[in-house]
Design a binder for this molecule. Structure first.
Ligand SMILES: Cc1cc2nc3c(=O)[nH]c(=O)nc-3n(C[C@H](O)[C@H](O)[C@H](O)COP(=O)(O)OP(=O)(O)OC[C@H]3O[C@@H](n4cnc5c(N)ncnc54)[C@H](O)[C@@H]3O)c2cc1C
Length: 413
């Protein structure tokens, strides 16, 4: 029985997952409200890279992707510029994006474009969720300001510290990776830096990378340095000097990029997740998207991308479903999970393992590791071939557009 046909779906949290979910719902004709605790969405940080599935999703949910970022050819190298892997995409991706399937942009630009696509009235700011009650035929969502709404479906897209997940299942503990990353961006490019390249370099202990970005028609470059850092240790007081000290063992353009970056474009993040991705994401009339269920290390450069693609798949699997009918809703949500859990779980695991292998193996083993990475095909096979192929395969599963029914899980494998 359709008991709540006209009440909007309640998406909680206006980050990449929540905005994408709201846009996808709207695009397939499902009434939706996006509740955000702050007055408006706030870009968490400054830099971001997107893989092709996220770009396809953005395009399909109505975001203007014209000149959204720099399409970069990507290489993994050691600190002395020996190439360890060239990131290769399948022919269908190359046909559309060239081999530049790793797309660099600024986070504020991404948020601006996503928010601009939201129809008036969908985003409701200053609405912090503090309570939920699934009554079977609807969910009551309670806010800190003591108001409430009822809805046939709640999508918890409220990030790594998800209140919604905590209310439904309880949150698993934070898994500290004991790594931190310092990153920034500049439009003042050293001669040796191409704005259409992503170069990911590793020394024995540090990753120092840069990728091209496009922002409002300008070419630039984002950079980051990443190292082991005990989660309990205070952050360095001067991020720029610290980043410069880490850049010393890399080619000089790394230090030049950092030196050219203004202090207010430099951020630091400790790296953490919530451990393995749960195998079940939905309970009754509540489901999840984004970091709330698959917080991932930036080693994947894919957390925001996966979150955006979650939104796409929610729109695709819920399209035409009577949300009042709990059985039909449960079936659609199970389909959504079948399409998302395995892929996101694999990415979270891979990103975690890369961080451990590059920054946490005992010092005596590091020369052996690096000789292996320099002289075997291992890096090419993993980060150069199989991971981009797995990510690109999402495009086939997504299909040509949002309105094409999502494939069955077996067809998706
Ligand atoms: C250093 C770093 C680099 C990264 N680089 C990349 C990259 O290159 N590519 C990439 O794809 N990903 C990257 N990521 C990952 C990416 O940032 C996240 O995966 C992404 O932001 C997750 O989006 P989300 O919408 O799930 O959560 P969030 O971005 O955390 O958004 C959650 C939203 O929910 C709101 N909220 C929280 N609680 C409540 C509540 N109770 N009520 C209402 N609203 C609430 C918050 O205010 C926020 O707006 C990186 C992450 C880090 C830390």
């Amino acid at each position: 029985m359709n008991t709540t046909p006209t009440e909007p779906v309640a998406v909680i949290g206006a980050g990449p997952a929540g905005i994408a979910t709201a846009l996808a719902m709207y695009a397939v004709g499902i009434p939706v409200r996006l509740y955000e605790r702050y007055r408006e969405p706030r870009a968490a940080g400054n830099i971001v890279n997107l893989w092709p599935p996220a770009l396809h999703a953005l395009e399909q949910i109505g975001v203007d992707v014209d000149d959204i970022g720099a399409f970069c050819e990507s290489e993994f190298r050691n600190a002395h510029d020996k190439v360890r892997a060239h990131v290769l995409f399948p022919p269908s991706v190359i046909e559309k994006y060239g081999n530049g399937g790793f797309i660099g942009l600024t986070r504020p630009d991404l948020y601006e474009r996503m928010v601009d696509a939201l129809p008036p009235g969908v985003l409701v700011g200053h609405k912090e969720v503090v309570g939920l009650e699934d009554q079977g035929d609807r969910v009551v969502v309670r806010f800190k300001d003591e108001t409430s709404v009822t809805t046939p479906l709640v999508v918890g897209a409220d990030g790594i510290n998800s209140v919604v997940r905590d209310l439904v299942w309880g949150l698993p503990p934070v898994r500290e990776h004991n790594l931190h990353v310092i990153g920034g961006y500049t439009f003042d490019l050293p001669a040796a830096v191409s704005p259409r390249e992503a170069i990911i370099r590793h020394s024995r202990t540090v990753q120092a990378s840069h990728t091209g970005i496009r922002s409002k028609g300008r070419d630039g470059s984002e950079w980051w340095v990443l190292e082991a850092w005990d989660a309990n240790k205070p952050a360095p007081t001067d991020l720029k000097s610290h980043a410069l000290s880490l850049a010393k063992e890399f080619p000089p353009e790394m230090a030049e990029l950092i030196a050219n970056t203004s202090e207010d474009h430099i951020f630091r993040w400790p790296i953490r997740d919530r451990g393995p991705v749960p195998t079940v994401w939905s309970k009754g009339r509540v489901t999840f998207a984004g970091d709330a269920v698959h917080a991932t290390s930036p080693y994947a450069a894919y957390g925001a991308g996966m979150s955006i693609v979650d939104g796409y798949f929610l729109g695709q699997t819920l399209n035409g479903v009577d949300l009042g009918d709990l059985t039909a809703l449960g079936k659609a949500l199970a389909h959504y999970e079948e399409l998302r859990v395995e892929h996101t779980a694999g990415q979270v695991k891979l990103a975690y393992m890369l961080g451990r292998n590059f920054h946490h193996i005992p010092a005596p083993m590091r020369p052996l590791r690096d000789a292996f990475f320099d002289h075997s095909k291992f890096m090419q096979k993993t980060v150069g071939d199989s991971n981009p192929a797995e990510i690109s395969a999402q495009l086939d599963i997504m299909g040509p557009n949002l309105h094409t029914p999502a494939p069955s899980a077996s067809a998706a494998r």
